[in-house]
Design a protein around this ligand. Structure first.
Ligand code: ATR
Length: 290
């Protein structure tokens, strides 16, 4: 693509940003869709988020993604927030509006779309959610917002799960999230569940780690969705499959959080064919297989 006087800029603010795949995703989309747009990483020093957001707006930057450690801190610098992003208290996408940026959480909308893409529903479902950290907390909000029937939130430290459950149930106005200690998984009522793995256990290089290894747990799982995508197939996914369930990694969540941001910035719809091209590039990156 030729950069000229009309080229629009989007980018990523965070620290560090060196290992991000977002430029590859967005620049591929811009190329395929014929948009005069470039996406670049912006490393932002601690304490300079307000300056970065105001400066980007002053420079006409169309949109920004936000990554660690600024997803919460950035909120104070925005003109408004999308409802789900406000509930979660974390924003990963800024969309330019007159006088400032509007914040969105496309991580969670991305997870929702990735699941929909695989035919996985949240509405009306009985869900087991492993973890109560930043990622799992956002997933709990998503499940409540999309009408899950029940979410059993299992965490190593019960107090954290209790805090998150209290917060999500209050926002939802009903008791959807049931906090539990990870060790008590056997007391989950019999049935078949969608299980979402939202802890950091099993991440490369600890490929063989898993929060629950007991077969009786996996007999209750019809579908497993791991937010991790490195390794490509986590131990959690292997155990779900070994007990007859379907299992997915988090790569489509990564893909769709970017696609939704791209759609918001450019007011377009990214086709399935374009999404597939980017997915293949990501898959090759992580598996090394063409
Ligand atoms: P993230 O932003 O990726 O969610 P986080 O907020 O640090 O990261 O949360 C990590 C999650 O993984 C938590 O649910 C954590 O459990 P605790 O709240 O009990 O710490 C979970 N986790 C990390 N290491 C774990 C381990 N060895 N066993 C069980 N759970 C673990």
């Amino acid at each position: 693509m030729e950069i000229d006087g009309r080229t629009k800029i989007c980018g990523l603010i965070g620290n560090p940003v060196e290992h991000t795949l977002s430029p590859m995703i967005h620049n591929t989309l811009a190329g395929r869709m014929g948009h005069n747009l470039v996406y670049v990483p912006f490393p932002v020093e601690k304490g300079r988020v307000a300056e970065a957001v105001a400066g980007a707006h002053a420079l006409g930057v169309l949109g920004l993604n936000v990554t660690v450690p600024y997803k919460s801190e950035v909120i104070a610098n925005l003109k408004e927030n999308d409802c789900l992003a406000g509930q979660i208290g974390a924003v990963n996408t800024l969309v330019r509006t007159k006088g400032g940026y509007k914040g969105y959480n496309t991580d969670m909308e991305g997870l929702y779309r990735a699941m929909a893409c695989e035919g996985i529903r949240i509405g009306g479902e009985q869900i087991i959610l492993l973890g109560a950290g930043g990622a799992a907390r956002a997933v709990a909000h998503l499940c409540a917002a999309k009408g899950a029937a029940k979410v059993y939130m299992l965490n190593r430290s019960l107090d954290k799960a209790q805090t998150v459950a209290g917060e999500v149930n209050k926002a939802a106005g009903k008791e959807i999230v049931c906090p539990m200690c990870m060790m008590d998984y056997a007391t989950i009522p019999d049935g078949k569940y969608l299980a979402i793995q939202g802890t950091s256990v099993g991440l490369t290089p600890n490929d063989e780690d898993v929060v629950i290894s007991d077969a009786t747990f996996y007999e209750k799982v019809h579908t497993g969705f791991d937010l991790i995508y490195s390794p490509w197939e986590t131990k959690f996914m292997k155990l779900v499959k070994a007990h007859g369930g379907r299992a997915y990694n988090g790569l489509k969540m990564l893909l769709y959080q970017a696609i939704i941001a791209y759609e918001l910035w450019n007011e377009v719809h990214v086709s399935d064919a374009d999404a597939d091209v980017v997915y293949e590039k990501l898959r090759e990156h992580f598996t090394g297989k063409t």
